[in-house]
Write a protein that binds this ligand. Structure first.
Ligand code: ATP
Length: 376
């Protein structure tokens, strides 16, 4: 039966010689029962260590882990009713697909008839019924990983842990397996925790995304919340492809530096100034007048034909991606600026040319000097 996973102030330190490395630093979160949560973040941020602690393969240095009401912090893996699938496919080469899927059940003493019933059900869900009598060497990488997932499925775990199970597969197989994993989740009564580098996987499959930064919890929310309301510039620059543009600006008051045209805000209002634009933000940043801030704008929200607020961008490279194109450019002040536009950009924008890009006030984030979000 699916169970909620609670991490309360979980820290994991590794000691090598005289140095201590904090791999996971005071992480608290609750993954609701039956949901699909994905840990993402750059290499070394603590994803696998957290997963291994949930599995019982590592013990936290401090903090507690609960499944529902049960404290599992010190329970060995076999007493947690968890199943795990790893990046490297671990099938027994001398056993058929059927035997591989059923192996975990066999060692737990489940009789043959029961085993076969569950194997057939797993095979049907994962669409490998016609592969059951083959040997692993006869299967493609994607099929082999389905067999490994089948082995986890038949164990009927409360918690299913998946550590980068698709990272060795090509893009097409990944896309197919994403669908299979979601179907598997729907068929199972389990809470799923998934680890990946790939934010597309995180955004498309999960109910919740856990973004870690250097062992800390950067944000834990439904995927679209990370996109629409990032808790810091780190989150904004991690989620989204290409990364969010970040423009160095300053906060002024309109009365301090009146705008010649008189169109950029009422007297006394705060404005974010830089790169040739003056963006009025009301009183929201009055505590930050005179400070350097970072304006974040997603490449999808910058329009190559101008907008309510605009800035000059010099084109460096135009990258056609089929249905759309990315213009990689730079502002006059030297900040990188990417714009996602339609595929005809290749003909319209040539390297070395300058164009006027526009954006709307509702589409920006403002971050303080230490990355905290000041304004959406
Ligand atoms: P990746 O995406 O590369 O797998 P990750 O986000 O999963 O990275 P972890 O594997 O959890 O990161 O590692 C977090 C940090 O802890 C890293 O700096 C790593 O070097 C360190 N670490 C992990 N396991 C150990 C260990 N057994 N002994 C010492 N340090 C470790």
């Amino acid at each position: 039966m699916a169970r909620a996973i609670h991490l309360d102030n979980v820290t994991k330190e590794f000691r090598t010689g005289s140095t201590t490395h904090v791999a996971v630093d005071d992480v608290s979160l609750e993954i609701p029962e039956g949901s699909f949560a994905t840990f993402v973040g750059p290499s070394g941020c603590g994803k696998t260590t957290t997963l291994r602690m949930i599995a019982g393969l590592e013990t936290p240095t401090s903090g507690t882990i609960r499944f529902g009401d049960t404290d599992v912090t010190d329970l060995p893996p076999q007493r947690r009713n968890v199943a795990m699938v790893f990046q490297s496919i671990a099938l027994y080469p001398h056993m058929s697909v059927r035997e591989n899927i059923g192996y975990g059940l066999k060692i737990h003493g489940v009789d043959r008839a029961d085993r076969n019933e569950r194997i057939e059900e797993a095979a049907e869900t994962l669409r490998i019924t016609d592969q059951l009598d083959k040997m692993p060497a006869e299967l493609s990488g994607g099929q082999q990983q389905r067999v490994a997932l089948g082995g986890a499925f038949v164990q009927d775990p409360d918690v299913l842990l998946l550590d980068e199970p698709m990272s060795d597969l090509d893009a097409k197989l990944k896309a197919e397996l994403r669908v299979e994993v979601q179907r598997l989740h729907q068929e199972m009564d389990a809470t799923v925790v998934y680890v990946t580098h790939d934010q597309t996987e995180a955004m498309t499959m999960s109910d919740y995304v856990v973004l870690l930064e250097d062992g800390h919890l950067a944000q834990f929310d439904p995927p679209m919340t990370l996109f629409d309301r990032p808790s810091s510039s780190y989150v904004a620059s991690f989620i989204g492809t290409p990364a969010t543009n970040t423009l160095a600006c300053t906060v002024e008051r309109t009365s301090d530096a009146p705008d010649a045209a008189g169109t950029s805000g009422t007297d006394g209002e705060c404005v974010v100034v830089g790169h040739g634009f003056r963006l009025p933000v009301g009183d929201a940043l009055s505590a930050h007048v005179g400070e350097r801030v970072t304006l974040g704008i997603r490449p999808q929200y910058i329009h190559p034909d101008g907008g309510a607020y605009s800035l000059d961008v010099e084109v460096e490279v135009v990258e056609p991606l089929g249905t759309e194109a990315v213009i990689h450019g730079r502002t006059a002040e030297g900040d990188r600026l990417d714009v996602v536009t339609d595929s005809h950009a290749v003909e319209r924008f040539a390297p070395g040319e300058t164009f006027r890009a526009g954006f709307d006030r509702t589409d920006v984030f403002v971050f303080g000097p230490d990355g905290e979000t000041l304004l959406f």
